[in-house]
Design a protein around this ligand. Structure first.
Ligand SMILES: NC(=O)C1=CN([C@@H]2O[C@H](COP(=O)(O)OP(=O)(O)OC[C@H]3O[C@@H](n4cnc5c(N)ncnc54)[C@H](OP(=O)(O)O)[C@@H]3O)[C@@H](O)[C@H]2O)C=CC1
Ligand SMILES: O=C(O)[C@@H]1CCC=N1
Length: 271
């Protein structure tokens, strides 16, 4: 349970605020248990008005106050921000990182604190429909693993992995994944408009097609190739469409995108 724990968030942009919203909306914490650290005064006002939480422009103050300290800064800011936190942690605190690429070893070296859960959520976290892959530093006790699990389950499903090597893969697949889906949806909507649908109707058709296909896949338990074959009537429209998609290398292009994201995640971690 998170009762009596102080939760500090350092870097409260898209992901940092998603965690704040998830925790408060699930009533896992009270607003008085949350402190958000971010440099711009107008952003601090916005967060405190929206969520009723305290804010600060001082990252070290947040790290000192928090029992669970969530790092939501950009990976490119680690060299500037993490050393500010060095010496601010108590031995029983927990750092939860959402940073792409950045390894637990790098966080531990810069902050002087080695109790870390490294996670990779995605933006559907904003409606508690995310998927977060996470791993914990070696020897982290069950209590703090439990805190990490509760915090991350506030923003959707969570999957714990033993080996940190899976984190950059998760970044490329599920962390970055919503962007692939949105781009495909956008292309389909534009194709609908190109044929002559009003944009509003094209968007509704595409959105519900995606929702329906995903729910059907999850509930049917069938392999996705089998589900695709069931759409493909002999000599019909789907076969004609799929032929063009294969010719255009859709699968390879998607795989190339995932590999590019994976390489970039590794670069952000200094590899
Ligand atoms: N967006 C996504 O889909 C996902 C992102 N991530 C990871 O989450 C992290 C944040 O990404 P995202 O939320 O997209 O980025 P944002 O740019 O939205 O958030 C970063 C936040 O950090 C704040 N900030 C800037 N400088 C400092 C500082 N010196 N001290 C404290 N805070 C500071 C920024 O403030 P200001 O508004 O003033 O710039 C901003 O609010 C990254 O590490 C990313 O890899 C992980 C999974 C998914
Ligand atoms: O684009 C990024 O770097 C972040 C990490 C995963 C999704 N967004």
């Amino acid at each position: 349970m998170l009762t009596n724990l102080n939760i500090a968030i350092i870097g409260t942009g898209t992901m940092g605020e998603a965690v704040i919203g998830g925790l408060l909306q699930a009533e896992l914490v009270q607003p008085s248990q949350v402190l958000a650290a971010t440099p711009r005064p107008e952003r601090r006002r916005e967060l405190s008005q929206r969520w009723g939480i305290a804010t600060t422009g001082d990252n070290r103050e947040a790290a000192t106050w928090g029992n669970v300290v969530i790092l939501g800064i950009k990976p490119q800011m680690t060299e500037q921000v993490l050393p500010q936190l060095n010496g601010a942690f108590q031995s029983d605190d927990l750092i939860v990182s959402v940073l792409a690429g950045v390894k637990m070893r790098q966080i531990a070296e810069a902050t002087g604190h080695s109790a870390i859960a490294r996670s990779m959520p995605n933006t559907p976290a904003q409606i508690a429909e995310g998927i977060t892959v996470w791993t914990a530093s070696k020897g982290l006790d069950q209590a703090r693993r439990g805190w990490a699990k509760i915090v991350l389950s506030a923003i959707g499903a969570e999957v714990e992995v033993e080996d940190e090597k899976f984190m950059d893969m998760a970044t490329a697949l599920s962390g970055t994944g919503p962007a692939y889906v949105f781009m495909v949806m956008e292309a389909l909507i534009d194709a609908g408009v190109h044929m002559g649908f009003p944009r509003r109707i094209a968007a509704q058709l595409v959105e519900q097609t995606v929702i329906g296909a995903v729910r059907y896949s999850a509930q049917s338990g069938k392999h996705v190739a089998e589900l695709r074959n069931m759409v493909t009537s002999p000599g019909g429209t789907t076969a004609a469409a799929l032929y063009e998609l294969e010719k255009g290398r859709l699968r390879t292009v998607l795989a190339d995108g995932v590999w590019a994201a994976y390489r970039r995640a590794r670069e952000l971690g200094g590899e």
